[in-house]
Ligand binder design. Structure first.
Ligand SMILES: Nc1nc2c(c(=O)[nH]1)N[C@H]1C(S)=C(S)[C@@H](COP(=O)(O)O)O[C@H]1N2
Ligand SMILES: [Mo]
Length: 454
């Protein structure tokens, strides 16, 4: 599948049991008990915030006076023997969390190998994506490559062509940094007014990890790269997709680009490029070449197939925009979001994620009336450059229809555009690089839907 065939042209009709399939935490679908859990979580989150939220006092008082008398009955787990240590093997999530999964969008054209799975943003806390829930985008399937056999080469405008083993790379001085990766095609179908139902499908080609690796500049210096005259590198992957991408030298001399082997404290997952991938902070996912096997140093852009034919933005007037590297400032409310149900009016913690490929998120504003009025959200620390940032806002839902939006601003002063503003500049024929403000309509019956307002 080419990423521009990501729009199969047809509007997705959600299957009957879509709500439970979509990875939404059951709290939203389960009725009373679930609702209480949800509200409790909301309270805990709000209580952890800076100011005691006024909204809570106005909201529904939960738990009710006296509370659940069952608290006096000791459960089995408080009186019996627990299980033995799980000292061997790799730990797993609770059996009650099996609904938390990456998922493939029902509306996308799927083949077995050239495919996408989306991260369940609606169910994640904080800013880190657990490695087993990191989105996947494979142009030609994934591999579990034997690290002892993997080789990485540097050639081109260098004094010495070099071939590294994994051991040799992992002996070099390393750094660990938190960064988001977003596929350039994230939120692609929404360009065309196609409303996929959940935030998992609208924004789930997005993840954030702590990556560990060697700055590429270190390796280029070892190879004696001609840093005076070199202007670009070509990065090549070791899978059958012939994934090659041009990256400007300025991003590398800054020390930001990493040849990475670590992800969230352990080796990369095979799906995410084990044993070696390029980390290009702030830049669209396609440049984060997985199964990295070669870097060529050059003085002009390479016009590889995935930059000369794909990953281009068709502009009004028929021009194509090429080499769109940076993922611009963007945000999305992850709860409440499409496919969820608010079971009662009262207090809710609106939460979401904001990010910018240009640096740190400076501020996020949230509207509950479709963009007429805005309130500044609380940013959770740490706020890191080119990483996801979590925001929260107290909200008392009065039971009437509401349109939830978030609008991020980054430290360079760039503000996330409305659809109208974005289409005004970029037209309607693009697929990639949609950073427009997302709207979720909360209906009177509590159901939340993906809508576009102008
Ligand atoms: N070798 C190789 N690298 C690749 C790809 C690929 O198919 N092969 N897909 C690219 C695309 S389009 C994206 S969005 C990211 C996805 O990274 P992930 O699968 O770790 O989420 O990897 C990029 N690097
Ligand atoms: Mo991508």
């Amino acid at each position: 599948m080419k990423e521009n065939s990501i729009m199969s042209g047809k509007v997705q009709k959600a299957p009957e049991n879509f709500l439970t399939q979509s990875g939404i935490r059951e709290v939203f679908a389960e009725g009373k008990k679930g609702r209480r859990d949800f509200i409790r979580n909301a309270f805990a989150a709000a209580a952890a915030g800076v100011a005691a939220p006024v909204a809570m006092a106005q909201g529904n008082p939960v738990p009710t006076e006296g509370g659940d008398p069952n608290i006096l009955n000791l459960p089995e787990h408080a009186t019996g023997l627990g299980q033995g240590v799980a000292s061997e093997g790799y730990g797993k999530p609770s059996k009650f969390e099996t609904n938390l999964q990456r998922r493939q969008s029902p509306g996308l054209t799927q083949t077995a190998q050239a495919s996408v799975s989306f991260a369940p943003l609606q169910s994640l806390f904080g800013i880190i994506t657990p490695s087993g829930l990191h989105f996947e985008r494979h142009h030609q399937g994934w591999w579990d490559i034997d690290p002892s056999k993997h080789r990485f080469m540097i050639n081109g405008m260098v004094k010495r062509n070099m071939v590294f083993t994994m051991d040799e790379i992992m002996r070099l001085p390393s750094v660990s940094r938190f960064h988001f990766i977003e596929c350039g095609a994230n939120t692609a179908v929404d360009w065309g007014n196609v409303a996929v139902p959940t935030v998992q499908y609208t924004h789930g080609m997005l993840s954030c990890s702590e990556f560990t690796g060697v700055p590429l500049i270190t390796l280029l210096e070892l190879a004696g790269a001609d840093l005076k005259n070199a202007k670009f590198i070509l990065a090549e992957g070791g899978d059958g997709s012939s994934m090659t991408r041009t990256i400007p030298m300025s991003l590398i001399t800054s020390g930001e680009v990493l040849v990475a082997y670590g992800q969230n404290g352990e080796m990369l997952r095979p799906e995410n490029g084990y044993p070696l991938r390029l980390v290009v902070p702030g830049v669209q996912g396609v440049s984060w070449v997985k199964y990295l096997r070669r870097i060529e140093v050059g003085d002009k852009p390479y016009a590889a197939k995935d930059e000369a034919i794909h990953y281009m933005d068709l502009q009004p007037g028929g021009l194509h925009r090429q080499y769109t590297n940076i993922q611009e400032v963007k945000s999305v409310v992850t709860t409440p979001s499409g496919g969820q149900v608010l079971l009662d009016k009262g207090f809710y913690n609106i939460t979401g994620l904001a990010w910018s490929g240009k640096g740190k998120v400076k501020r996020v504003d949230v509207s509950v009336d479709g963009g007429r009025n805005w309130r500044q959200a609380r940013l959770e620390t740490p706020v890191l450059s080119k990483a996801l940032t979590r925001f929260n806002l107290d909200w008392v839902w009065d039971g009437k229809p509401a349109i939830l939006q978030s609008r991020a601003q980054d430290e360079t002063g760039h503000v996330q555009p409305t659809y109208q503003q974005l289409r005004g500049v970029r037209g309607t024929r693009s697929i990639y690089h949609n950073n427009a403000i997302q709207s979720w309509l909360v209906q009177e019956n509590g159901e939340v839907k993906n809508v576009q307002v102008s």
